[in-house]
Design a protein around this ligand. Structure first.
Ligand code: NAD
Length: 343
C-alpha cells in the first residue's frame, strides 16, 4: 500500500516507517518538524536502503495534505502527528485542542476529499483515566484527567461518529501504553526537546551525564516497591502492531475497531532503573520527589484483544528496551561531540 504517515519523522512514526518499508509498503512522511528533525530521514535511508520522502507541512493545512495525498496516490493514513506533553497541555490547553483536534479534523476532511478512508490513529492508554480495574481492556470506561487525554478522547469520539455516518471507513484506534526503546541500529530513537516527560529518555540522559539525577515521583503508592507501575512496550513491537492493525482493517467489515498495544506486564519505576543499570553497566542516581498530580499507582494493558484479532503480541522484553535505548543515547553523544563533527 501507499501510506501517508502524519508525524512520520517523530519517535513512533519513524520506527513504523522502518517496519512498513521492510514489508514492501511505500511510505511518505508528512511532518511539520515541531518535535523532530529532517535528518531522521537520512537515518531511515541508512536503515531501510530506501529513500522515504518527507513532506514538511502542517496537518492543519488541508490543502498541503490533499496535495501530498494526490501526488503520491495515497491509499491509507497512519496518523501520529500530535502534541503529547501532559504538563504543557495543562499549561497551554488551546494549543493542544488546535493541533490535535483541529489537526485531525483537517486530516479527515482532506482524506474525504481524496477518497482515502483507511486510517490508523495513535491514541493512548490515557483515555482510560483512573483505572477502575486492571488489566485495562478495551471496554474499560474512558475518561480524561488532563487536556492531552481529552484531545485523544475527543478524536476517538469524532472517529466513532464518522465511522457510524459512513460505513466505508476502515479505522483502527490504537491505544498505546508506554513506548520505550529504540531501533536496534541505535540510529533512531526518542530524543525529546528539553527535559523529558517520559521515564526512559530521562534515565538515559542521567546515565550519560546529560542530566544530574532522576526524580522518582512518589514512593508511597500501593505497589510492591511504592513507585508507579506502567506497561512499557518496545517501540519496534509497537511499530509491528501498526502493520497488523492495517492488515486487519483492510480485510475487516467493521468501520472502526479499537485495540490496546501493550505487553500486559507492569514494571515499577525502580525496576526500570535497576534493569537499565544492570543491562548497560551504568549508574542512574535518583531522588524521591513528591507525587505528580494525576499520576496513578498502576496501569497496564490487557493485550488479549490485539492478540486474538490482530495475531500480534509484544516480543521484546526489558533487556532489549534498555540496551537499545542506551545504544541510541551513545549514538547521540557521539554525533553531538565536537570530535565527531570534526572527523
Ligand atoms: N510516546 C508516547 O509515550 C505516546 C503514548 C501514547 C500515545 N502517543 C501518541 O503517538 C503519537 C506519536 O507520538 P511520538 O512519541 O512519536 O511523538 P513525537 O513528538 O516524536 O512525534 C510526533 C510528530 O508529529 C509532528 N507534528 C506535531 N504536530 C504536527 C502538525 N500539526 N502537523 C504536522 N506534524 C506535526 C512532530 O513534529 C513529530 O515529528 C502522538 O499522537 C502521541 O500523542 C505517544
Amino acid at each position: 500500500m501507499r501510506i501517508l504517515l502524519t508525524g512520520g519523522a517523530g519517535y513512533i512514526g519513524s520506527h513504523t516507517a522502518v517496519a512498513l518499508a521492510a514489508t514492501g509498503h511505500e511510505v511518505v512522511c508528512f511532518d511539520n518538524l515541531s518535535n523532530s528533525r529532517a535528518e531522521v530521514m537520512d537515518q531511515l535511508e541508512t536503515i531501510t536502503g530506501q529513500s522515504i520522502p518527507l513532506i514538511v507541512g502542517d496537518i492543519r493545512d488541508r490543502t498541503s495534505l490533499e496535495q501530498a495525498m494526490q501526488s503520491h496516490a495515497i491509499e491509507a493514513v497512519i496518523h501520529f502527528a500530535g502534541l503529547k506533553a501532559v504538563g504543557e497541555a495543562v499549561a497551554r490547553p488551546l494549543i493542544y485542542y488546535d493541533n490535535n483536534v483541529r489537526g485531525t479534523l483537517s486530516l479527515i476532511e482532506a482524506m474525504i476529499a481524496c477518497s482515502v478512508r483507511t486510517l490508523v490513529f495513535s491514541s493512548s492508554a490515557t483515555v482510560y483515566g483512573e483505572p477502575q480495574y486492571l488489566p485495562l481492556d478495551e471496554i474499560h470506561p474512558t475518561s480524561a484527567t488532563n487536556p492531552y487525554g481529552r484531545t485523544k478522547l475527543m478524536i476517538e469520539e469524532m472517529l466513532t461518529d464518522i465511522a457510524a455516518a459512513d460505513p466505508d471507513w476502515r479505522i483502527a484506534v490504537l491505544r498505546y501504553f508506554n513506548p520505550v526503546g529504540a531501533h536496534e541500529s541505535g540510529l533512531i530513537g526518542e530524543d525529546p526537546n528539553g527535559i523529558p516527560n517520559n521515564l526512559m529518555p530521562f534515565i538515559s540522559r542521567v546515565a550519560s551525564g546529560r542530566l544530574e539525577r532522576l526524580s522518582v515521583f512518589g514512593d508511597d503508592y500501593d505497589t510492591p516497591d511504592g513507585t508507579g507501575v506502567r506497561d512499557y512496550i518496545h517501540v519496534t513491537d509497537l511499530a509491528a502492531g501498526h502493520l497488523a492493525a492495517l492488515g486487519a482493517i483492510s480485510s475487516h467489515n467493521e468501520p472502526i475497531s479499537t485495540w490496546n498495544l501493550g505487553t500486559g506486564q507492569g514494571y515499577s519505576v525502580l525496576e526500570m532503573v535497576r534493569a537499565f543499570e544492570r543491562v548497560n553497566g551504568v549508574c542512574v542516581p535518583y531522588q524521591i520527589a513528591d507525587r505528580r498530580p494525576g499520576d496513578v499507582a498502576s496501569c497496564y494493558a490487557s493485550p488479549d484483544k490485539a492478540k486474538a484479532e490482530l495475531g500480534w503480541e509484544a516480543a521484546l522484553g526489558l533487556e532489549d528496551m534498555c540496551s537499545s535505548m542506551w545504544r541510541f543515547e551513545r549514538m547521540l553523544a557521539t554525533s553531538n561531540s565536537p570530535q565527531a563533527t570534526a572527523t
